[in-house]
Design a binder for this molecule. Structure first.
Ligand SMILES: O=C(O)C(=O)C[C@]1(C(=O)O)C=C[C@@H](O)C=C1
Length: 318
């Protein structure tokens, strides 16, 4: 079960948390795990709208999917991060993803001709076709075996797919979380755990509308063992500091910090100029830094890279 928020909170104003809606998405479930019932959840149509809500201060926090263990980076999130103005990543949460095939009550599996789902899930189904030589996943097997002629249709989210079923005639199904059958009346689970790999997880970023926004007290404590930061570096082929295409290597060498992942997105409007989103971790052995100590440490590093002429900023630390 997930909460839709608005519980009373000792007279404190409830944090406003923007999520990909409607209620019942995995983003909602992740946000609920992080913030619990003492928050006001704000349903958004698309991931980019979560970022807009932070930029306009109509939300204090946002929760967005960042990476899925089967399908990889969530492109909509990275496209928003490359241009993010005021937002700041303040935490993370990982959710196990168990997809169900859901239809209106009474619809039989052999009546389904159209499967609705969020693009990430639909691509994920397609992706399974590519990776399935080694281990045919349950999901592809399931679609291929039980719905071989079904077409897929893109929706804005998994819960959006479930909700759309209410206005559709027989023959439609959605791939979504089981939770959707408790939130939308008249739906039932036809099959569960239809994903290819039972080890299916999505990691979410928790964002605040700025670096200094205080997180609620009841949130999960950040891991003591590792601190994480996200650094955004723009590399322009034409810029003086990047006369060679190894500009990113120079910037990373200057950071001199343990790197856990690098994502690259094109910089809109300038061919072959790129935005790198670099996740770094605290390597300090033994005694661990507190979050403020880590933030100060990584800010100093970023400052050094900035002074060397790179276009760089810190967009998250936790
Ligand atoms: O549609 C949803 O339920 C979402 O929260 C989005 C999303 C994603 O884009 O990765 C989140 C987790 C799952 O990987 C599938 C979909």
């Amino acid at each position: 079960m997930v909460s839709t928020g608005n519980a009373i909170s000792d007279g404190q104003p409830l944090p406003r948390v923007a999520i990909l809606g409607p209620f019942g998405t995995y983003s909602h479930e992740a946000a609920d795990r992080y913030f619990g019932p003492t928050a006001r959840y704000n349903e958004k149509l698309e991931i980019k709208d979560v970022f807009h809500a932070l930029a306009s201060s109509s939300a204090d926090f946002g929760v967005v999917p960042q990476e899925n263990t089967i399908f990889g980076s969530v492109v909509d999130t990275y496209d928003a991060l490359r241009a993010m103005g005021r937002g700041y990543i303040v935490g993370e949460i990982t959710l196990r993803i168990d997809h169900c095939l859901v239809a209106r009550t009474g619809v039989r599996l052999d009546e389904i001709h159209t499967v609705l789902s969020h693009e990430q899930v639909r691509n994920y189904v397609d992706a399974i076709a590519l990776i399935s030589n080694q281990a045919l996943g349950q999901c592809r097997l399931f679609i291929a075996k039980h719905l071989p002629t079904a077409t897929t249709e893109r929706t804005t989210s998994t819960a959006g797919a479930a909700r759309a079923l209410l206005d559709r005639p027989h023959g439609h199904a959605a791939i979504c979380s089981r939770v959707c059958t408790t939130l939308f009346q008249g739906l039932e689970v036809l099959r569960e755990a239809i994903q290819a790999d039972s080890n299916n997880y999505t990691r979410f970023y928790v964002l605040a509308r700025g670096p200094d926004v205080k997180l609620p007290m009841n949130r999960p404590r950040p891991s003591e063992s590792h601190r994480t930061g996200v650094i955004r570096i723009i590399i322009r082929q034409t810029a003086a500091n990047t006369s060679s295409s190894t500009g990113i290597q120079d910037a990373l060498a200057m950071l001199n910090t343990s790197i856990s992942r690098i994502d690259r997105r094109p910089l809109a409007g300038v061919p072959f100029d790129f935005v790198y989103l670099v996740e770094v971790q605290d390597e300090q052995q033994g005694q661990h830094r507190s979050v403020p100590e880590w933030k100060q440490y990584i800010e100093t590093k970023v400052e050094e890279v900035l002074k060397a002429g790179f276009s760089v900023d810190l967009i998250g630390a936790w």
